[in-house]
Write a protein that binds this ligand. Structure first.
Ligand code: PLP
Length: 398
């Protein structure tokens, strides 16, 4: 008999939890299957259809037989379209030949960057609460996450002084998610400028997850940290199509970085996924900048803005709930401590008693026990129904 017990899985993944969002989703679906109307406030994806020009162009590519391998880096046409888009949004130039890598979603992009740069024992600074992939992939790489809290008294903005104090000789990377999931906060320019100074001073690589950068409210502007002095050469910019283009199921995202940094990530990508399906790349390259696509995105944004206004007004009227107004993405981080319940108990009871699903804050950080995350990527009718049920639920607690 073998000396090893394969049933336990590798040590590397034994302590890694499944995503808390998936867990809530599974329970919510069970409740729905029992014939109940569930409000899916836990969801992390737009409910809109992908813009029609993208679907049409991709079908055309498939019919035209674009079914073979693409270059590992991505097709030249899509890399060029992505570089143009980054230049339009951020004013930073990336060479499509050597500085763009097309990936199977943001999830692959995060994995590539961490696997390409983090050695066992290296420290990675994150800001908590954070998208759970960061800490879990860092753990898989044998690295250590050093998590800096985002405090409500600081409007969930990053505290640069606290960040500077957390730097050690082992700090290799800082991960910034702007706008943030799960807080919806857009980081202010002066905060980013100070973080950039810290990164340059201590020679730290910055991974900038900007997947929500086009979902902005109340005139908010999202600045890429890669635009600050000394930052282009130490930044890995990540963005993708899941959120702004309502394309979660297509699995399409990208990394942009100086050529020498990109090469390391290309190696991970080559052995992990090889390439994104060719017909998807051709379809998106031909259609992402068309006026009809841009107009479809703008309509989605209008709908998000209306939903957000409705949700925030409703939440503000429920006693015991507090929040920092989100300026980006489609999430609200709700402080439920005023109800006397922890975020976990609040989420569990609301799901079982009122059939409203949301994610407890501990899913994003062990220090976020007082929070739950609500997503407003659902219809206005569902927002109204969810609010009514939450109001009823909270009133039973008093
Ligand atoms: N980054 C953040 C902050 C996210 O919230 C998500 C998805 O929820 C992703 C990356 C991954 O997106 P995808 O893999 O769908 O492109």
């Amino acid at each position: 008999m073998s000396q090893t017990n394969f049933h336990q899985g590798a040590e590397r993944i034994r302590a890694i939890p499944f995503s808390p969002v998936r867990k809530v989703m599974e329970r919510a679906k069970e409740i729905e299957q029992q014939g109940n109307k569930v409000v899916f406030f836990q969801i992390g994806e737009p409910d809109f259809a992908t813009p029609k020009p993208i679907v049409d162009a991709t079908v055309q590519a498939l019919l035209a037989g674009k079914t073979h391998y693409a270059p590992n880096r991505g097709t030249p046409a899509l890399r060029k379209a992505i570089a143009d888009d980054i230049a339009r949004k951020n004013g930073i130039g990336y060479d499509p030949a050597t500085e763009i890598l097309v990936t199977v979603g943001g999830a692959e992009a995060i994995n590539n960057a961490i696997m390409a740069f983090i050695n066992p024992g290296d420290e990675v600074i994150t800001f908590a609460p954070a998208f759970m992939n960061y800490a879990n992939v860092v753990a898989m790489a044998g690295g250590k996450t050093v998590s800096i809290p985002l405090r409500k008294e600081n409007r969930l903005q990053i505290d640069p002084e606290e960040t500077a104090r957390a730097i050690s000789p082992r700090t290799k990377m800082m991960i910034i998610n702007n706008p943030s999931n799960p807080t919806g906060v857009v980081y202010e320019r002066d905060v980013l400028a100070k973080l950039a100074e810290i990164a340059v001073k201590h020679d730290i690589l910055v991974f900038s997850d900007e997947i929500y950068d086009e979902l902005l409210y109340d005139g908010a502007a999202c600045t890429s940290i890669a635009t600050f002095p000394g930052m282009r050469e130490r930044s890995i910019l990540m963005n993708g199509f899941s959120k702004a283009y309502a394309m979660t199921g297509w699995r399409l995202a990208y990394l942009a970085a100086p050529a020498d940094l990109l090469t390391h990530m290309l190696k991970v990508h080559q052995y992990e996924t090889t390439c994104v399906p060719t017909f998807i790349q051709d379809g998106v390259a031909a259609s992402m900048a068309l006026p009809e696509t841009v107009a479809a995105k703008a309509r989605q944004m209008e709908a998000f803005a209306k939903r957000r206004a409705r949700l925030l007004a409703g939440l503000a009227a429920i006693p015991g709930l507090a929040f920092t107004e989100p300026k980006g993405a489609f999430y609200v981080l709700l402080d439920v401590s005023g109800t006397g319940l922890t975020g976990e108990a609040f989420a569990a009871r609301l799901l079982e008693e009122k059939h409203v699903a949301l994610v407890p804050g501990v899913g994003f950080s062990p220090d976020c026990g007082e929070y739950v995350r609500i997503s407003f990527a659902v219809s206005e009718d569902d927002i109204d129904l969810g609010l009514e049920r939450m109001r009823d639920f909270v009133s039973t607690l008093q």
